[in-house]
Design a protein around this ligand. Structure first.
Ligand code: PLP
Length: 447
């Protein structure tokens, strides 16, 4: 069948390639209609954190269908939604005070932006002029127009530029491989980036800025780039100086993926956001579910003001999605999977640096926990990226999917101003074993 004849053809990344029929999935493997199987090293885009076919989550979903499948959460409370929200708040050690549950990361980002605005409209005294958001180049926050407006992924924004929110601006991402000047220390780099942010606040007029938005570890736009130590403390200080909120987008790097339940709990990030978004690993692929975790500072304003978030979606707090997510979170906790992520992450780092980094066109290997990016360059010394038209990452992805490799590697095209190389992401399930980590790295090196 020609790929364009598929009834779902609009979903597929490339109409030149037929979508691959998947007839089953279990653990770390996807089962093909040809009888073969693919080693799932990415769980989609860092989604399937428990692997495939988890019986516990399946039973939980079925049990929820027996209780209630849907009610509107503006009027009704369900045990599933209440327990999930409680579990999520507790996972922040009480730093966050409420959880708002939606269906996708983009919706979570939309809600986060609106929440920040409402916070300032209802603060005492109200600060209605705070309508501007500062985000970062080379970031990705989602596909809806608001989330896309803050995103630094220029190529994805380009066709919609005239339709995007007008009050967005961007500063440099924290990217040690590409951003640090020769001879510069990490502290010096952090200082330079904090000054750039400070200058952007002053350029916009600090009284006009609502929030600074960033991914603690940049996912799809850059390929798993962790911030340099001290960076988030420095940007938090700038936000505090000007009274703006800090929104952390943990849709991809959160929920245990990088070795702590929330990326901000790691000593590398070490700041508490005012608003945080989560997604992907929250549902582990078992249900479409994402969320916004909201600090007391923001909920206090809301509860002292109109009393509720002026927002609402049909499927917010959906009982079946919440029940699935609750079981995913409980499984992560009870099976101590965040510890496994940290331990297997160290093994993955060691092996990637040993087997993949020395390869001729690999410029950088970086990441944290089970969230790793491999950046490809034309020239290792000059770091010159490949011409985006060469589609290097996509080629590697497609080569990996075929024999003898049979592995999923998530591609990212580094077209950001032509300055960033193509990359692939490796993000296996949290319950991965050392043997599977070895297999993933061996296959990745061989592709
Ligand atoms: N934020 C980040 C950091 C993401 O990586 C993504 C998706 O890749 C999103 C937001 C949007 O999430 P979704 O695709 O679920 O709408």
């Amino acid at each position: 069948m020609d790929a364009s004849e598929s009834p779902s053809a609009v979903f597929h990344r490339s109409l030149h390639t037929n979508p691959i029929p998947i007839i089953g999935a279990s653990g770390n493997y996807l089962h093909l209609s040809t009888g073969g199987k693919l080693l799932d090293a990415t769980g989609g885009a860092a989604v399937s954190c428990l692997g495939h076919g988890n019986k516990r989550v399946k039973e939980a979903i079925i049990s929820q269908l027996d209780v209630v499948s849907y009610v509107h959460s503006a009027t009704f409370a369900t045990e599933a939604a209440e327990k999930l929200a409680r579990e999520l708040v507790e996972s922040t050690n009480g730093e966050m005070s409420r959880a708002y549950i939606v269906s996708s990361g983009s919706e979570a980002m939309e809600a986060a932006l609106k929440l920040a605005r409402q916070h300032f409209l209802e603060s005492n005294p109200p600060q209605p002029r705070r309508t501007r958001f500062i985000a970062r180049h080379e970031s990705y926050h989602g596909t809806t127009l608001g989330a896309l407006s803050v995103s630094g992924h220029k190529a994805r924004r380009a066709p919609y530029e005239p339709m995007l929110l007008p009050n967005m601006s961007r500063v440099s991402a924290c990217n040690a491989y590409r951003g640090m000047i020769e001879g510069e220390t990490e502290a010096g780099y952090v200082d330079r980036l904090a000054k750039e942010l400070d200058e952007e606040f002053r350029r916009l007029g600090p009284e006009n800025v609502c929030a600074f938005v960033a991914e603690p570890i940049v996912g799809a736009a850059l390929g798993c780039v962790p911030a340099v130590r001290g960076y988030f403390k420095a940007v938090r200080t700038v936000c505090d100086k000007y009274g703006a909120l800090l929104i952390l987008d943990e849709v991809m790097c959160g929920m245990g993926r990088t070795g702590t339940m929330h990326a901000w709990q790691s000593p590398l990030i070490d700041v508490i956001p005012d608003i945080q978004t989560i997604g992907k690993g929250l549902g582990g692929g078992y249900a479409p579910v994402a969320g916004v975790l909201i600090s007391r500072k923001v909920t206090d304003t809301l509860f002292g003001g109109t009393g509720a978030f002026a927002h609402g979606q049909t499927y917010q707090g959906h009982p079946v999605s919440c029940r699935a997510a609750l079981e995913v979170v409980r499984t992560i906790n009870e099976e101590k999977l965040v510890d496994n992520v940290a331990a297997m992450g160290l093994k993955m780092e060691e092996l990637l640096k040993q087997l993949v980094l020395p390869l001729p066109h690999v410029g950088d290997v970086r990441g944290k926990g089970l969230f790793w990016g491999i950046e490809f360059v034309k020239d290792k010394t000059t770091k010159e990226p490949f011409d985006p038209k060469e589609n290097v990452a996509m080629d590697i992805h497609e080569k990996g999917l075929s024999g003898p490799h049979n592995i999923t590697l998530y591609p990212g095209n580094g077209t950001v101003d032509g300055k960033v190389g193509d990359h692939i992401l490796v993000a296996p399930a949290y319950n991965v074993t050392a043997d599977v980590v070895e297999l993933i790295v061996q296959k990745t090196a061989a592709v």
